[in-house]
Ligand binder design. Structure first.
Ligand SMILES: Cc1ncc(COP(=O)(O)O)c(C=O)c1O
Length: 461
């Protein structure tokens, strides 16, 4: 007897129920939120940096699935690698042999960070971070991990222990022993290190929340301090890695920074298969895996699976052959400089920052009386509403998907696929300019929507 399963037919039959199914069986707040802000679209297809709806309308993706779609959707080389690996009928995940693909991907990944020696493959960003935390604590024999205010490293319990926002942590205590230090504050770091119980500092070279960069020289100086106190530097490159900021890893922006452990995930498998990797120095891996008895002391059932490894190899090969990192530097500079010229034109626009294709656009208090009143009303209801007022028309009117860079922040974060081109940059800058024009006219639909947001914020209190 054959069992028939027809994925296309299933989607054709029931795809229209997507929002109801989600509301019924998954996190109900997601469809609720999407309906509320009018983001409840039905995207039928995607290619590169664009989605398409059933009418063939084209949407520009400036979010890349939270950074997962580094090469855009359905890159032909990655897609072919995935088809190929399925067609090869490999004896994958026997668990008691050594497959070639993980070794090859580790070799290729390590070639981009010559001071590191070994890789552990897991299945997500948070798992890459959990691995780094465990390895750092075991290798140093110390319990406490330092992290930066506003940090985001994932949401499983270990990663949550190094999260810099109360909103994520509240109600989940007790977590690991941990302490926050301000990003860039070397005195605070030194003060904590003197207590003698610190295993590591984990840091995003550019924070995802708010797009704040470590100040020049900070990572190098922090590394020296940490090493002086026999503690480790962990670079969380889950979002910033693989070319996002115009360097292969964001920590490579400055000479002399050589983290002991580096976490990557997201873009590594081209968005098709979950993957995570923790890269580290020889002595750390040697300590964790110190004897045959400890061979499985840290492992993951799906880690190193052939699909993820094949996609990872294809992604790195595209990055090298198509010179993606150099392209990011060029496109990122173009986007950032064009946005920066708008600061003088729009009083609500306070800052444009970031590197490569990780750009933060911050809004701030306007100077004119007319706009200041409206801005103050929004801020009194809830911080972050103005950024929401911009994100919504960008999608509704201009079919561009963006996100507010964290709760209670007046910052929009742009992390498009690394393959966007000049036409995409023009489209975004033109749309953003039109939205800013609307906002500065002080009337119209945009501020009406602001009033709706204020009512909702007040009702939610
Ligand atoms: C810097 C950083 N670390 C870790 C994570 C967690 O990754 P994941 O969602 O794959 O668990 C994220 C996710 O956004 C991230 O931005």
């Amino acid at each position: 007897m054959t069992t028939e399963f027809d994925l296309g037919a299933l989607l054709a039959e029931r795809g229209a129920e997507r929002y109801e199914l989600h509301a019924r069986h998954l996190n109900p707040q997601l469809p609720r939120m999407l309906h509320t802000i009018g983001f409840d679209k039905v995207y039928e297809r995607a290619e590169g940096a664009h989605f398409f709806d059933a009418d063939g309308n084209d949407y520009l993706d400036m979010l890349a699935g939270f950074g997962v779609m580094g090469l855009g959707r359905h890159h032909p080389v990655v897609r072919k690698a995935l088809h190929d690996v399925l067609d090869l009928d490999l004896a994958d995940l026997t668990r008691f042999d050594c497959q070639p693909l993980p070794g090859l991907l580790a070799e290729r990944l390590l070639a981009h960070s010559p001071h590191l020696d070994r890789v552990f493959f897991g299945n997500s960003g948070t798992e890459a971070v959990e691995t780094a935390l465990k390895f750092a604590r075991y290798a140093t024999g110390k319990p406490r991990v330092l992290y930066c205010d506003h940090a985001f490293h994932g949401l499983t319990t270990g990663s949550l222990s190094v999260n810099g926002e109360d909103g994520f942590r509240d109600g989940f205590a007790p977590l690991l022993p941990d302490t926050a230090v301000p990003l860039g504050d070397l005195d605070a770091l030194a003060r904590e290190l003197r207590k003698g119980d610190v295993a590591a500092l984990i840091v995003e070279p550019i924070q995802g929340k708010g797009v704040h960069e470590a100040p020049p020289g900070y990572l190098r100086a922090a590394q020296e301090l940490l090493h002086k106190h026999k503690a480790l530097l962990i670079a969380d490159e889950v979002q910033t890695g693989l070319g996002r900021t115009g360097d292969f890893y964001a920590y490579q922006h400055e000479d002399g920074v050589e983290p002991d452990l580096v976490c990557v995930a997201k873009a590594l498998s081209g968005g098709y298969v979950p993957v995570g990797a923790t890269l580290g120095k020889e002595w750390i891996f040697k300590k964790v895996y110190s004897s045959m008895d400890r061979v499985l002391v840290h492992s993951a059932s799906f880690g190193s699976n052939a699909q993820a490894m094949a996609c990872g190899l294809a992604v790195l090969s595209v990055m090298e052959n198509e010179q993606i990192v150099a392209g990011v530097r060029r496109t990122g500079e173009l986007l950032k400089s064009r946005l920066a010229t708008l600061i003088d034109k729009y009083e609500l626009l306070a800052d444009v920052r970031g590197r490569g294709l990780m750009i933060g656009i911050e809004f701030g208090k306007p100077s004119s009386l007319k706009l200041r009143g409206r801005w103050t009303m929004l801020q009194a209801a809830r911080k972050g509403l103005f950024a929401q007022m911009v994100v919504v028309p960008l999608l509704q009117k201009h079919r561009i998907l963006t996100q507010v860079s964290g709760d209670h922040l007046e910052v929009i974060k742009l992390i498009p696929p690394l393959v966007i081109d000049e036409a995409d940059v023009d489209r975004f800058v033109d749309a953003f300019t039109a939205v800013m024009d609307d906002a500065h006219s002080g009337g119209g639909l945009m501020w009406d929507f602001g009033k709706t947001l204020i009512k909702q914020a007040v009702a939610n209190r």
